[in-house]
Design a protein around this ligand. Structure first.
Ligand code: SF4
Length: 136
């Protein structure tokens, strides 16, 4: 032991705390702006469908091969081609078919984020919407 008391530098710990606070505020602001973007995109998609966008709801892909063919088609699209993405995947803004399938029961739906997690779609969706890539 050196015999010297351990003296903390109050300014150093304060500046560390400031840095932590700033980082946390930055993260909060990033989260809020991402949330705002998702909400705007959700609104855009809702408006496109409300304005009568005709999408390809049929044929429903019964086999893995058919499912894969739709995914392959989606992968060819430029990332900002939202219109074609909705058309090819057969988006509708209501439950669909005799079983009234919905995004809510689809394996790709993230409930808390209201998000379709299928990488080829990756868009915000309402729980009562549907597309032909629906899976359970
Ligand atoms: S794959 Fe289609 S049905 Fe499933 S969550 Fe995404 S948009 Fe909804």
């Amino acid at each position: 032991m050196s015999g010297y008391p351990l003296v903390r530098n109050p300014l150093a710990s304060e500046s560390k705390r400031d840095a932590r606070d700033m980082e946390s505020r930055r993260k909060e602001s990033r989260d809020m702006s991402a949330k705002g973007k998702d909400e705007r995109l959700l609104q855009t998609i809702a408006e496109m469908m409300a304005n009568g966008l005709q999408t390809q709801t049929e044929p429903f892909p019964e086999t893995e091969k058919e499912f894969g063919a739709i995914l392959a088609e989606l992968r060819q699209l430029p990332p900002d081609d939202l219109n074609s993405k909705l058309v090819i995947s057969g988006f509708v803004d209501h439950p669909y078919g005799p079983e009234q399938q919905r995004c809510l029961e689809c394996m790709y739906y993230l409930v808390h984020r209201k998000w379709c997690d299928l990488p080829e779609l990756s868009v915000p969706v309402e729980p009562h919407w549907w597309c032909r890539l629906w899976r359970i």
